[in-house]
Design a protein around this ligand. Structure first.
Ligand code: NAG
Ligand code: NAG
Length: 435
């Protein structure tokens, strides 16, 4: 009898434990999703994202041991701003990547590490947090770049965090590259310059509390990645620095960008083909070229972008505000896009869809186009810096479908629309009737 009661009590205790564990994991999943806002058409993606979130959390729970720390200074990095620390970083990365459990790869505060192009490859045995508390400073010599399009690259790493703490900075020292750009100096041939920070073919990434400055070209690029959270990131470069997109997203899924401040010479955020379920909130942008979906469909290519939500943004003094740009002659779709709760001050093209984009010298009108459909502009207010506020320049053969202007109020410019199927809700100013 006593033995049976012990068994029963034991079982009940176990059941209680299991219950509280389940509850804990459920609330952490909810916590993960808490800040997202979704359009109705995204419920499928929502479920997929939850799965990813669960995996990330349970992965972290398995490694209950405290993280070990690997410092780049243990591998000979000087941090004097002159000595080439590239090999020390690679060695420290290899050590961190081949360890088991959780590892902090530390870049100490108060020092500047000079780096040539560097590729940090996974997959890793460990779960790495790269603590960039010091400054990473880029070489300005072309010959120091094995691949001229990239400075720092993380390739094929799963469950990676990059945390800049209160001080961490990535500095591309872009001035010399900008001077040699054909956009600044027409006598120069148009060549590539490195992207400062590339995340390539990786899953479950977090980038937090980081400052990225003066990239040679694109500042942060997310390519072929999924389940990425970027937050509290500050990206800066002068307004006249050529091609310095702030955050460039291509061929990537389930991306969350929040609490970011971007002032740069090109798009604050650019979203290109193959990207689905991209959520941006609490963005401050300017100077720069605004938020851009595209360019899509260059060289007659097929492009697909869907499920983009920008919720909560302030754009000041930018060239464009909310732009969708597709090349003549492309195909595919840009669909299910929501721009809402956005303030724009002194923006040259606050709302623009340009389906006839063409940057070659000779542009002959082509019949094919990337289809733009289901785009909502809701609660958008502000001022135009030009005589135009809303431009929907859609193609004759593939008119824009399902465009909703809902409580839009942009002062100081007119509306110009062609081949666009537009529905107005609430007060819309200026009016934009298709011609
Ligand atoms: C509209 O957007 C602004 C930001 O531009 C925000 O402060 C405001 O709360 C939004 N209004 C509603 C009704 O959501
Ligand atoms: C719209 O596109 C046509 C080409 O189809 C072009 O000629 C025109 O200049 C464009 N208008 C605007 C306002 O961009």
């Amino acid at each position: 009898m006593a033995r049976c009661c012990q068994l029963l009590t034991g079982f009940l205790l176990w059941a209680l434990l299991m219950l509280s564990w389940c509850e804990a994991s459920r609330s952490s999943i909810n916590g993960y999703d808490h800040h997202h806002s979704y359009g109705n058409f995204k419920s499928k993606n929502l479920i997929k994202r939850r799965d990813d979130g669960t995996r990330l959390k349970s992965f972290a729970r398995v490694s209950s041991l405290p993280p070990t720390t690997v410092s780049v200074s243990d591998f000979g990095a000087k941090g004097d701003g002159k000595t080439d620390d590239t090999q020390a970083f690679v060695d420290a990365w290899n050590k961190a990547c081949s360890s088991s459990g959780a590892v902090n790869l530390l870049v100490p505060e108060g020092k500047t590490y000079f780096l040539k192009s560097i590729r940090l490859n996974g997959p890793c045995k460990s779960i790495i947090t790269v603590q960039i508390f010091g400054t990473l400073s880029a070489s300005q010599k072309r010959s120091d770049y094995k691949d001229i399009t990239k400075w720092i690259t993380f390739d094929s790493v799963n469950s990676l965090s990059v945390d800049g703490g209160a001080t961490g900075t990535v500095n591309g020292n872009g001035e010399t590259w900008w001077q040699n750009s054909c956009k600044r100096n027409e006598a120069q041939p148009c060549t590539n310059a490195p992207t400062a920070l590339t995340f390539y073919s990786s899953k479950n990434l977090r980038v937090n509390n980081l400052r990225v400055r003066n990239a040679q070209q694109i500042q942060i690029s997310i390519e072929k990645c999924s389940n990425v959270q970027v937050s509290n990131v500050e990206v800066t470069a002068p307004a006249d620095s050529p091609n310095t997109d702030g955050i460039h997203i291509t061929n990537s899924q389930n991306i969350q960008v929040s609490k970011t401040v971007i002032g740069t010479g090109d798009d604050c955020i650019s979203i290109e083909t193959g990207s689905q379920n991209v959520n941006i909130n609490d963005l401050t942008c300017g100077p720069g070229h605004g938020i851009s979906i595209g360019s899509l469909g260059d060289d007659n290519s097929k492009a697909f972008v869907s499920g983009v939500t920008v919720d909560g943004a302030k754009l000041s003094g930018t060239d464009n505000g909310l732009r969708i740009k597709t090349y003549q002659g492309g195909s595919g779709t840009a669909s299910d896009i929501i721009f809402q709760n956005i303030q724009m001050d002194n923006v040259k093209n606050p709302i623009i869809i340009d389906q006839d984009y063409c940057d070659k010298s000779k542009c002959t009108e082509q019949t094919s186009a990337v289809q733009v459909k289901n785009v909502v502009y809701r609660n958008i207010s502000g001022t135009s810096a030009s005589d135009i506020a809303i431009t929907l320049n859609c193609s004759k053969n593939y008119p824009c479908q399902g465009i909703v202007l809902d409580k839009v109020n942009i002062k100081g410019g007119k509306g110009s629309c062609s081949n666009a199927n537009v529905m107005d809700k609430g007060i819309v100013f200026p009016q934009c009737k298709s011609t």
